[in-house]
Ligand binder design. Structure first.
Ligand code: PEP
Ligand code: MN
Length: 245
C-alpha cells in the first residue's frame, strides 16, 4: 500500500494555527501529502443572509507553502482561475487541483496545462458530477495526459437521493480507468458521500482498486466552516492511515 497516495487535510485553510495543527498530525501518522483549499466558494452566493465564505485566498496559499517548507510535505490546493494557478505556481504548490465544477472548462484546462507545462507539478483533476468516464479522459488530455495528471473520482449524480447524500462514488469508472488507461486515479470519499460516518468503509473499499485517497480531516470537524458533515476527526484518520501500512 505504500506506493498509494493519501491526501488529507481540512476542506479549507482557516488560519496558521489550524493548518499547522492538522498538517503536523497528518505527518505524525506517516503521511506527507496535505490537502486544503485556499480559494473556496459555495454553490450559493448568500447563505443564511451572509455572503459566501471564500476562504483565505492568496494568504492561504502562502501558509500552505510554509507548511510544504517547514514540515516537508506536499500540498494539493484547488484553483479556479488563471490568476490563482499562477499564484500556486509561484508558491511552488506541488499538486494544483482542478475542482469538480471546472472539470469541463476546456479553455481553463488548456491554460492550466500551459502554466504548469515546464514544471514538475502534477495536476489533480476532479471528475464533474455529471461527466462521463470518456469525457473525463478527454478533459485530462487537455491538461497534458497521464504523466501530468492524477484523476480523482469524487462522486456522481445518482437516483438514490432520499437517504444517501447527493453524490455516489462510481467504482465502475475507477475499475475501467485502471484497466484500460494509463491514468492514475484517486478517490475522495468525503465529497463522494457527504457523510463522515461513511468515509472509513468507503476508503477501505476504494483503496483496493484505486491509486489512493483524498480525505477531509479536522481536529474538530463540527467547527469546520465548510463541509463539516463529511469531515472526519483525527481518530478516524489514524485508522485510515493504518490501511497504508
Ligand atoms: C475540494 O476538494 O476542496 C473540493 C472543493 O472538492 P470538489 O471540487 O470535488 O467539490
Ligand atoms: Mn470540501
Amino acid at each position: 500500500m505504500n506506493n498509494k497516495f493519501l491526501f488529507a487535510g481540512p476542506c479549507g485553510v482557516e488560519n496558521r494555527e489550524q493548518i499547522f495543527k492538522i498538517a503536523r498530525f497528518i505527518k505524525s501518522c506517516g503521511i506527507n501529502l496535505l490537502r486544503a483549499g485556499a480559494y473556496k466558494g459555495q454553490n450559493r452566493p448568500i447563505i443564511n443572509g451572509k455572503p459566501e465564505y471564500l476562504g483565505m485566498g492568496d494568504d492561504g496559499v502562502k501558509l500552505l507553502a510554509e507548511v510544504q517548507d517547514k514540515l516537508e510535505m506536499q500540498v494539493a490546493c484547488d484553483m479556479q482561475s488563471v490568476r490563482q494557478a499562477e499564484i500556486l505556481k509561484d508558491y511552488n504548490i506541488f499538486y494544483p487541483q482542478v475542482g469538480t465544477r471546472n472539470c469541463d472548462s476546456l479553455e481553463l484546462l488548456r491554460q492550466f496545462r500551459k502554466i504548469f507545462k515546464n514544471t514538475n507539478k502534477i495536476i489533480i483533476l476532479k471528475r464533474g458530477t455529471s461527466v462521463t468516464t470518456k469525457e473525463l479522459l478527454g478533459y485530462a488530455e487537455h491538461l497534458g495526459g497521464p504523466d501530468r495528471v492524477i484523476l480523482c473520482e469524487r462522486g456522481v449524480v445518482h437516483f438514490d437521493r432520499d437517504k444517501l447524500n447527493r453524490w455516489r462514488l462510481d467504482f465502475n469508472a475507477i475499475a475501467y480507468i485502471k484497466h484500460y488507461t494509463k491514468y492514475r486515479i484517486i478517490v475522495d470519499p468525503s465529497h463522494g458521500s457527504g457523510d463522515r460516518n461513511l468515509v472509513y468503509s468507503l476508503s477501505k473499499a476504494a483503496l483496493t482498486i484505486s491509486d489512493g485517497l483524498m480525505i477531509e480531516v479536522h481536529y474538530d470537524p463540527d467547527v469546520s466552516p465548510t463541509d463539516s458533515a463529511q469531515t472526519i476527526d483525527f481518530d478516524t484518520f489514524k485508522h485510515i492511515s493504518k490501511l497504508y501500512k
